[in-house]
Write a protein that binds this ligand. Structure first.
Ligand code: CU
Length: 164
């Protein structure tokens, strides 16, 4: 006879699997919610990928996103896009991104984003990969990135001319 805990474990596993790569998913640590970490497909041979996420701080204390990691990439950087004289530029954010109490911060196309550098393998639509986000206060949080397709509103930022 199967012990009850085994049946419970099976039920939990099914619940997680149902979320699927395309579904919304979120990760929590303390008062920080990490909503739908995602990436975009890369062409074969590409060395650079991108990461997007929405992070909410429901706590009374400010925190700061200072880094992270991804299994598919040798390096993880936080970048900011800006328009300078009509030209889109990206630069690395050295001191991270502030998460004030009550704030929701969106890392998305055209703004701050995660840059995945030294890609070890192509990032493939429909797949997932593991990673972490590192916060000044909340510490290191394991997450899973889903690889979404390109929507009209989420066109790939051009990373050509990017200073790596
Ligand atoms: Cu970038």
């Amino acid at each position: 006879m199967r012990p009850a805990w085994l049946a419970q474990l099976a039920a939990i596993t099914v619940g997680v699997a149902l979320l699927g790569p395309a579904g919304a998913h979120e990760f929590n640590v303390g008062d920080i919610t990490i909503d739908h970490p995602s990436s975009r497909p890369t062409p074969p041979g590409a060395k650079v990928g991108v990461g997007y996420v929405t992070i909410r701080n429901d706590g009374a204390e400010a925190d700061r996103l200072i880094g992270g990691s991804a299994t598919v990439a040798g390096r993880f950087e936080i970048h900011e896009s800006s328009l300078e004289g009509g030209v889109a530029r990206m630069r690395r954010v050295e001191d991270g991104i502030a998460l004030e109490p009550g704030a929701t911060v969106k890392l998305a196309s055209g703004g701050a984003h995660v840059m995945l550098l030294d890609l070890k393998e192509p990032i493939v639509k429909g797949q997932t990969f593991d990673g972490t986000f590192v916060f000044e206060r909340a510490g290191t949080v394991p997450v899973r990135f889903s690889v979404d397709g390109f929507g009209a509103a989420a066109a790939a930022p051009s990373h050509e001319g990017h200073e790596l």
